[in-house]
Design a protein around this ligand. Structure first.
Ligand SMILES: C[S@@+](CC[C@H](N)C(=O)[O-])C[C@H]1O[C@@H](n2cnc3c(N)ncnc32)[C@H](O)[C@@H]1O
Length: 156
């Protein structure tokens, strides 16, 4: 969020997390970096924003924590709060994309909530709730496996 605000200083940036302690840490980091962002307490599948009020939604390493049903609820909710034509960007675990990530993927794939991620099912779940033009724009190798950057549009 800090980087987003620094890169787009005129954007109103609002963060959301379900853990008050994480929000306190984020607030301290933002203050240290000298950036002004709003931070809301809430769940990914009960987003406390009005329908069609956001231009973009960025999700970083949260989807892997949700059950399949809550992923559906979260994606549906994101589809509601995004303006028509708005963009969703997700950074999260994805399908293995090289030898190393193929070897370590059982580590993360063992976590029940991450199975959809490592099997490569996030695009299908996003399409199910109406997102389109879905791309995997980048893949990163981490010690825990493959991180994918997804981009999807809410149809106009
Ligand atoms: C791995 S951390 C990522 C933190 C931050 N988004 C980042 O990229 O640095 C996962 C975060 O997801 C949050 N989280 C997990 N389940 C959530 C849910 N259902 N709704 C909202 N936040 C959730 C946790 O509180 C935690 O802060």
């Amino acid at each position: 969020m800090i980087l987003i605000k620094q890169t787009h200083p005129t954007a109103d940036v609002v963060g959301l997390d379900g853990d008050p302690k994480i929000l306190a840490t984020a607030e301290a980091k933002a203050a240290k970096a000298g950036v002004k962002i709003a931070l809301d307490h809430g769940l990914a599948f009960e987003i406390p924003h009005p329908d069609r009020s956001l231009d973009r939604v960025v999700s970083s390493l949260v989807i892997q924590h949700l059950t399949t049903e809550n992923k559906r609820r979260a994606f549906k909710g994101i589809g509601c709060v995004l303006r028509l034509g708005g963009e969703l960007h997700i950074l999260d675990f994805g399908q293995p994309h090289n030898l190393y990530t193929s070897i370590v993927f059982p580590l993360i794939g063992r976590l029940e909530e991450a199975v959809d991620n490592v099997r490569g099912w996030l695009p299908a779940l996003l399409r199910e709730v109406g997102f389109d033009q879905l791309d995997v724009t980048r893949r990163f190798t981490t010690i825990f496996g493959s991180l994918s950057l997804y981009r999807a549009w809410r149809p106009t």
